[in-house]
Design a protein around this ligand. Structure first.
Ligand SMILES: [Zn+2]
Length: 331
């Protein structure tokens, strides 16, 4: 009888071995769909009913295929794909998976050993220690200290909020009871706090909190996601960020220059601001649901009397994903 502890110990090594053998940069977001194609498995997205995904082995290890439901969000689909890849990598037989990401949902029901192994493989494959460290560095934190931190970490790694929270104890980054408290908070609560009182058209979308630390970063988002930009500004200086150059694929839904944002959530997210000092300028943008591909998000900061002579520029490179159906489009 395999225990989860054993499954995780074995999966940690199996996933690291897979990264090595397949030449994967374990400190970057793991592009599991591309990797599946590289190991010559066919990958398809279909509106499967009541099934997360399935793996069909080929006659001689190659030539098999993976099917992932198109009914789940991207993070869940990535986990399912990694679970099915686990069945392939660990030489399991074919598998039809009604539910994957059970780790994420803390279901302690006993699974078949092969299913436990594939679940644990998916967690370590998508969230190797190198990637977790690199993502924490991007976020400029040593470890997650709040539900917002866990959520931000999950977005950087392309994993679900719950799966990320439950992986933290495996990585010795949080005690189990703390991780469970975070995991059981509905992501909607975190998204609402990050939106500072500005309602979202759909709480299925993600909220990316972007600040100076993210300048120049490449970020993979989903069409319709929300971006909350927090940039330093001293209004009394007359040098202001301009939203004029924002791409047409974005819509400003709130801007502290003209709108009032919820002060309580601002305070809890940004801390107390010294009076008379820098007041962060906060701009909330929603991405057009019809957008896809590369979108450059750029803002310039210029004196109000000389708008054509910018003194600072902020840029983030977005890569916008549409929902997946059929065959994934190669990047
Ligand atoms: Zn399975």
């Amino acid at each position: 009888m395999t225990s989860w502890r054993e499954a995780h110990q074995q999966a940690m090594f199996a996933a690291a071995d897979a990264h090595d053998q397949l030449g994967i940069d374990a400190d970057h977001r793991i592009d599991v769909f591309r990797i599946i194609e590289e190991v010559e498995l066919a990958l398809m997205f279909r509106p499967l009913r009541g099934v997360s995904g399935l793996y069909v082995p080929g006659p001689q290890r190659v030539g098999g295929g993976i099917l992932v439901t198109s009914n789940h969000g991207l993070a869940r689909q990535r986990f399912t794909a990694a679970h099915e890849l686990g069945h392939f990598w660990l030489n399991h037989g074919g598998s039809i998976d009604v539910a994957t990401e059970v780790l994420g949902r803390d279901e302690l029901n006993r699974l078949e050993p092969a299913e436990m192994a594939a679940e644990a493989f998916a967690a370590w494959f998508l969230m190797p220690p190198e990637l977790v460290d690199a993502s924490l560095q991007q976020l400029q934190i040593a470890k997650p200290n709040s539900a917002e931190d866990v959520y931000a970490l999950s977005l950087r790694m392309g994993t679900s909020y719950q799966a990320t929270a439950y992986h933290l104890p495996n990585l010795k980054l949080a005690p189990y009871d703390v991780a469970r408290d975070w995991a059981t908070q509905p992501p909607k609560t975190v998204k609402t706090a990050l939106s500072m009182g500005t309602p979202m058209p759909s709480y299925q979308q993600d909220v990316w909190s972007l600040s100076a630390r993210d300048a120049g970063a490449d970020i993979e988002v989903r069409a319709g996601d929300r971006l909350v930009l927090t940039l330093p500004e001293t209004p009394s200086s007359g040098v202001m960020w301009s939203t004029n150059e924002l791409p047409g694929a974005t819509r400003v839904v709130a801007d502290t220059m003209r709108d009032h944002l919820d002060e309580q959530s601002q305070k809890s997210l940004l801390g107390d601001q010294p009076p008379g000092g820098d007041v962060p300028r906060i701009v909330i943008l929603d991405l057009d649901p019809g957008t896809s591909g590369a979108v450059e998000l750029a803002l310039t900061k210029a004196p109000v009397w000389a708008p054509d002579a910018p003194v600072d520029r902020y840029r983030v490179n977005l890569y916008v994903q549409q929902p997946l159906l059929g065959r994934p489009i190669p990047a």
